[in-house]
Design a binder for this molecule. Sequence first.
Ligand code: ZN
Length: 735
Amino acid sequence: MTARLETVVVGCTRALAAAGIALLFAAPAIAALPTGTDTFRFGNRDAKISVEAGAASPRLRALHPAAGRVLEGASAAALIDSATIDGKPVRLHWQLDREASRVEEKSLSLVYVDRGSQLKLVWEWQARAAHGPLEHTTHIENRGGREVWIPLQDSFTFRWKTDVQALQQLWVDKGAGEAPPVGTHLVDVADGYHWRGESSAFAHPRKDEAREIIPYFLVRSKGEAGDGWYLGIEFSGRTAMTLKRRGDMLEGGAGLNPEPGPFRTRLAAGGEFVTPTVFLGATRGSIDDAGNVLKRWIREAINDSRTQRDPIYPWTTNNSWGSAMAISDAQARRMIDDAAGLGFEMFHLDAGWFRAVGDWHPDAKKFPHGLTSVADYAHARGLKFGLWVDWAQAGISKEKGALDVADPAIRDWLTTDPPPGWKPEEFKGLTIDIGVPAAKAWVAKEVDRLVRDYQLDMLEHDGYVVAQGCDRADHEHATCDPKQVKKYTDDGFIWMDAPNSTDVSYHAARAYYDIHDALRQDHPGLLLEVCNDGGRMVDFGSAAHADYFSIVDAYDPVSNRQAFYDASHVLPPAMLETYVKEWPAKRIENFRYMLRSGMMGWFTLMLDTTTWSKERHDAAREEIELYKATLRPLIREADLYHVGPRADGNGWDGIEYFDAKRGKGVLYAFHGKDMSAGTHTFPLSGLNARRNYRLSFRDRSSADITRSGRELMQGGVTLKLALPESSELVLIEAL
Ligand SMILES: [Zn+2]
């Protein structure tokens, strides 16, 4: 997109104002802050902010949407006001450095310095695209020669006045593990409202505990024309967001999770702390309108542009977990042959191929010819080759190059000492802290070897790559009194909750991004899948450093549709992978329902198709062909509308895609077990009221029909399905 971004100076010198000359400095850049001017308006076509460069701190004075109500704020940005040097507390007195500050076309940075501590703080905003949100980051740099410890610097805090009585908040849970019971929350924001959401890479909620969120929320006035604004965090460490309402004030913030604090982090001499980047956007219209703008921005501004240009992204995939840990060379070749015949584009070798946890070399008993020959076999049949690795997990293998917990060098990378006699599980070990430079270097080298030696087109990571806690005293992150560390075992992992947990995750998440960025740079075309124990790392930080997510760890049709319904509010559907597992499909209609429940985003089949009947092969081949030719272009580019309720396995549910540019779309309609409602009407969205559209029913549940956009959006399209757990795809074409 080449649309001009606006940078406008609204504060003006009195002399010029008196002369009646409005100061409107549009792009190109203004360098250092002009003298006598301290208020700036900065942004893109959807959102602008008014910023005041105060002498001791910046202020965000207002958020201006393209249309609708301006949100006015009053409070100054909360900059940290103390630090610790040589064990002594020091008060910070920030002063604006006018010369070093910059207002440019796509970025605004206000620089503050504290002379005593020699800390420099850069309060930065960026407008990376003409539409969508603006991004905000704070950098704190230690320019002195001594180590400095600092408390938590929030990424963003707000205190805004609102005159809207009927406000609502939307947020979305991660699919982490089992799909959550609610998933998509839409709640009234009345006086006294107080909400807090948390995200990390290692959700393990107890029964009835709040689920982790995809770190984002939207606040809007109720109704379809709702004015609104949204906030999200681009980070995979421990983060939290809050929203409170007191009368006409809305307050809250976003950033690293301060609990269980107190948080502190080390700034070595010359070192830098960077807050997780947040994005802030303004919106008007429906919840789906807000989501569609955000998803376009993610594709344009934070996804890898090479992946976006790949004409067959998202790749149709067959995954070997249909054979679980029993996978072997012979079985992999059988599956590859069958996958190629079905029209798949990638064979994905899941867990079960390696010698042992931490020892990422092929098991010679299962793969006597190594993995390269399996990769060659897939490539020769026109398939890409992907591999599962749990690369941050250590085990007990004594083989050369293995991460062995008994090796003294590796032992220091572990997040904790293993208990006596400890053994890894089948594919889970003990997490290493990749925030340790030597551990990060080992991983970077190891994943590069895996990609190179095994000719990988895709690398998937599982397990916990961002450490959840760490009790080591000699790592870069903060330490804490061992008495404060709550250490326990759950689901095969050792966990530690302690005051330093957020800082541990801060360093590890940064290292994780460096590892992925280096891989992408060295291996153009390589795709990176974030599995992370099934949907536990679905966030905007990993969206910026990888290509797609496993969004849930239960793979039946209803779980897949629930997790997709939730995550597709905020993340590009091409990134949302649902695995399709064996499920008791009695009839071919049930079989298609099972496949299509995983075909709304990235489609991965996790079944041994060599055992399928001819009828199943034929049906799957047709569905995959339709996916590639018709559905995938919509999944990549089209707007998405939640035109039915979230799946509950009993009633009806549905998702619509419509691409206004091409005049094409599809309605995925699903019917659960309960046959008491034999028909259902889905109102469509995104159409032009005055145009006519032809609707064709893929399974011929109805003859083709032609209707106006108005009729389809107001009246809807009525589906009739005779069988429980069946589906229909309605193709929409503008005439
Ligand atoms: Zn550590």
